[in-house]
Write a protein of this length. Structure first.
Length: 367
């Protein structure tokens, strides 16, 4: 009966994705015109402090979300970010759907101390891989406390917004960059405090991992090194850039005498100009992000026995001048800023910070 009535109901043509990050709340509106999705609006507002902390200041978050109500509609698709969601890849022998459900719940009980009835558990088959003579099923698992989801719905509702779906960042990134990928491509979305790495092979998600590092590590390094406040450190980071690894004239030349960042930034400006010192500070922070990416890429290659051909970078850190060349040299694979194959309305320019928000808005387009 539901399908019968849906044939005669007007189809939605506008969708809004809302990505609540630790520093900013990003919203993207997508309009469907003759079957073609077009990004018609991008908007961001500062996130209230501690938005993903254990104790969320609900009133401040409600107040911030109310600023999004000037879009054409109040229905939104969002995701729960940060470390509130547990996600991991599980591997099982081939089995029926019913057996898989029982196996997943059994695995969750092993590593989540919360009773299962207080959790929302979702999982997706990612396909099969051969391991010896037995086919192995890869499963992408998501676990989130039910109370967190209900709290989220309530906060948006009090802001005058209706959450039509709570999605995952992994799928948002896949929709935007990975649906039609050929070969094996990694997508790294570098957020402020955490990052997501998604690996896609021939259009299918094969691996996903939350990384405990983000662009905030660069900002904090600048704050410590130059004794400036957060806003000034963000400005300096945004205006600066990093030299590629092992490039001619790279700032690494002359720095080898220093054992660590603290020793390096103590040198005088007469000997090492501020721009050179800033480059070193940023490279030191990027080294931590690089290590996390490298570990995950190596883990994937060991599991799948397939190399990653290139990496697409998204998130605000992707705007840092020279970062793609730096990561390419450090990871020894081609790295490029991800530009989605989607139309942008006149006057709207793609910003990699909005990748997740746009991908969320596309949920009903590429279901």
């Amino acid at each position: 009966m539901k399908d019968y009535f849906q044939k005669y109901l007007p189809k939605k043509t506008n969708f809004i994705g809302v990505d609540v990050g630790t520093s900013t709340i990003k919203a993207a509106e997508v309009q469907i015109d003759d079957g073609v999705p077009i990004v018609t609006s991008l908007k961001f507002i500062p996130s209230p402090k501690g938005v993903w902390a254990d104790e969320v200041d609900e009133e401040k978050l409600v107040e911030s979300l109310r600023e999004l109500r000037d879009f054409s509609l109040n229905d939104v698709i969002t995701c729960i970010g940060g470390e509130k969601v547990i996600s991991r890849i599980l591997r099982f022998p081939r089995m029926s759907d019913k057996e898989l459900e029982a196996a997943v719940r059994f695995e969750v009980e092993k590593f989540v101390p919360t009773p299962l009835e207080q959790l929302i558990i979702r999982y997706v088959r990612l396909g099969e891989a051969a391991e010896g003579q037995e086919p192995i099923v890869n499963v992408l698992l998501f676990v989130v406390p039910a109370a967190t989801v209900y709290q989220y719905y309530g906060i948006f509702s009090r802001a005058g917004l209706t959450v039509t779906a709570v999605d995952a960042q992994v799928f948002a990134l896949w929709r935007l960059f990975g649906r039609e990928v050929e070969g094996t491509v990694a997508i790294a979305d570098i957020g402020m405090s955490t990052s997501y790495l998604v690996i896609v092979r021939d259009g299918e998600i094969r691996f996903a991992r939350l990384l405990p590092v983000g662009g905030n590590i660069l900002t904090k390094s600048v704050m410590v090194a130059f004794g400036v406040e957060f806003a000034e450190a963000e400005r300096m980071k945004g205006e600066a850039g990093v030299m590629p690894v092992n490039s001619g004239g790279a700032p690494s030349e002359g720095w080898e005498q220093f054992a660590d960042l603290e020793a390096a930034v103590a040198v005088t400006n007469d000997r090492f100009p501020e721009g050179m010192r800033l480059d070193y500070v940023l490279r030191d922070g990027l080294a931590e992000i690089t290590r996390e990416l490298q570990r995950s890429l190596e883990f994937y290659v060991a599991q799948e026995r397939v190399g990653v051909e290139r990496l697409l970078l998204s998130g605000g850190t992707g705007k840092l001048r020279g970062v793609t060349d730096y990561l390419s040299g450090a990871l020894q694979i081609p790295v490029e800023l991800g530009f989605p194959d989607i139309e942008m309305a006149e006057g709207v320019a793609f910003d990699p910070s909005f990748s997740v928000a746009i991908g969320l808005a596309l949920r009903e387009v590429y279901a």
